[in-house]
Design a protein around this ligand. Structure first.
Ligand SMILES: [Zn+2]
Ligand SMILES: [Zn+2]
Ligand SMILES: [Zn+2]
Length: 257
């Protein structure tokens, strides 16, 4: 069984948005508060973090995160990497290097933006993030857990989704390349990005997310990376059975033993 907790389920501005007085931004429903998208995956006693969202510190505290066996980076956009420096607390707790798995383009962008984290180790673990960047194209193993990178296109930017066992997490996708579909065969639990009802040049809208779910045919599917344009309750009303909007703090489990 693979367990995933959504740390954040919002698009790049988060919800509520600074200076917005719309109905969703003023909602009393806690599920309408969406921090930047990130998730933690627990399998066989291991803990994998997907992305280091801007609110990582708050998210880690809320989820009771005290160890990270590896970081899976979908891409290097600011909303997915803004909490990068908070990884140093895990170096301090664990007294070891932590590996970050990503594609070549993401590695390039991380080295440029967070250059100080890739210099020599500070005299002790915890002074800065002490990370090893691992560029991946094919299935790889982290602490005994096999992970399959799923190449996706975020507009014109090549990014990665990740499959762990029978659970797949795809965010910031606009198109799924032909060669990636077979990697999603037999997925039981699918997470997919869905920005809003209107189309967007680099993100799935609700209809595109639904079409993706209907092609993969998982037992259950959850939407993430949502904007302030639609409330949790309104999104539920737009979706067929088997697809639900996620919310910050939701934990889901896949079927396999
Ligand atoms: Zn994003
Ligand atoms: Zn708003
Ligand atoms: Zn992005």
């Amino acid at each position: 069984m693979v367990e995933l907790t959504f740390l954040g389920t919002g698009t790049s501005n988060g919800v509520p948005i600074i200076g917005c007085a719309c109905e969703v931004c003023r909602s009393d429903d806690p599920r309408d508060t969406r921090s930047r998208s990130s998730a933690v995956v627990r399998v066989d006693g291991r803990t994998l973090l997907i992305d280091t969202a801007t609110e990582l510190r708050h998210q880690a505290l809320a989820a009771g995160l005290d160890r990270i066996d590896g970081v899976l980076m979908t891409h290097a956009h600011a909303d997915h990497t803004g909490g990068f420096d908070d990884l140093r607390r895990f170096n301090e707790l664990q007294q070891e290097w932590i590996s970050v798995y990503c594609n070549e383009r993401t590695a390039e962008m991380l080295r440029e933006r967070y250059a100080y984290t890739f210099t020599e180790q500070y005299p002790f673990f915890g002074g800065k993030p002490d990370l090893r960047l691992v560029e991946v194209e094919n299935p790889f193993v982290v602490s005994g857990i096999e992970i399959t990178p799923i190449p996706l296109m975020h507009g014109r930017l090549p990014i990665l989704g990740f499959r762990v066992g029978d659970l797949a997490y795809l965010t910031d996708a606009k198109t799924i390349p032909d060669e990636s579909w077979p990697l999603l065969d037999g997925v039981d639990t699918l997470v997919v990005n869905a920005l809003r009802e209107r189309a967007h040049p680099t993100h799935f809208n609700f209809d595109e997310a639904i079409a993706t779910v209907q092609r993969i045919r998982p037992r259950q599917a959850f939407l993430t990376h949502m904007s302030h344009e639609t409330s949790h309750q309104q999104i539920i009303a737009l979706l067929p059975e088997g697809i639900s909007p996620a919310f910050d703090g939701l934990t889901i489990r896949s079927a396999a033993e």
